[in-house]
Write a protein that binds this ligand. Structure first.
Ligand SMILES: Cc1cn([C@H]2C[C@H](O)[C@@H](COP(=O)(O)OP(=O)(O)OP(=O)(O)O)O2)c(=O)[nH]c1=O
Length: 207
């Protein structure tokens, strides 16, 4: 039985969703500067499904190392990664977070008028020497056609930065999305249903 978990993520959305689930968590930030950049670069020909799993497991491994260095008491470590996949795209199927406003505009133009997939992988390391349990949740998000002025206004809101696919379904981004097929929380960065099952498995007590 565990009374809390470590969250190996700086994403405010993941923190909100864990709070919604009544999970007590401590932050265990795994990423630092360059670690992240090399980790989040897709490998040649890497499939989105493999990519999110690889990045999530790497975050989990870094967090485990951090736990060792800091001599903390043990609790399960939760990590996650969210990415957008646009299989028919000629520039590659994996779209992460935009580098800047121009990149956000490029991504939003690619998503405009199309249906894309959002993949969120979660990993829960239950014991220090066990392999983490991993689950990948796939959802489909349909975007309306966006005009240049809508894209410009959206970017000016600041919402696209720091988010996979350069949008937030929980914010103004919702006004572009006529329909989804899958998990709303998964699109936001942490699929509640899957995480709940992993926490049950690890015997994590909730409020
Ligand atoms: C598609 C979508 C993504 N997002 C966010 C969730 C994630 O924070 C982010 C995807 O980036 P990630 O690289 O998965 O996560 P992160 O960099 O924010 O945090 P960390 O690596 O420390 O875990 O995009 C939304 O908030 N709403 C959305 O609708």
């Amino acid at each position: 039985m565990f009374t809390f978990i470590y969250l190996a993520s700086q994403s405010p959305r993941r923190q909100e969703l864990l709070t919604q689930m009544g999970v007590r968590y401590e932050m265990l930030i795994a990423k630092a500067g360059e670690d992240t950049e090399s980790l989040e670069t897709p490998l040649p020909y890497e499939k989105a499904h493999d990519y999110v799993q690889r990045v999530t497991l790497a975050k989990s491994e870094l967090a485990c190392l951090r736990w060792q260095q800091r001599l903390l008491p043990w609790a399960p470590i939760l990590s996650a990664d969210t990415t957008v996949s646009l299989p028919e795209s000629i520039v590659g199927e994996i779209l992460g977070k935009p580098a800047d406003a121009m990149d956000a505009a490029r991504i939003l133009r690619m998503l405009s008028g199309k249906t894309h997939q959002i993949l969120t992988a979660v990993a829960l390391q239950i014991e220090p020497d066990s392999a983490p349990l991993v689950s990948v949740q796939v959802s489909e998000v349909t975007f309306a056609s966006l005009s240049d002025s809508e894209i410009t206004r959206y970017i000016a809101s600041g919402e696209p930065l720091g988010k996979a696919g350069a949008y937030g379904i929980q914010g103004l981004g919702a006004t572009f999305i006529p329909s989804i097929n899958g998990s709303y929380s998964g699109i936001m960065g942490l699929p509640i249903f899957e995480v709940n099952r992993l926490l049950d498995h690890a015997k994590v007590i909730r409020k």
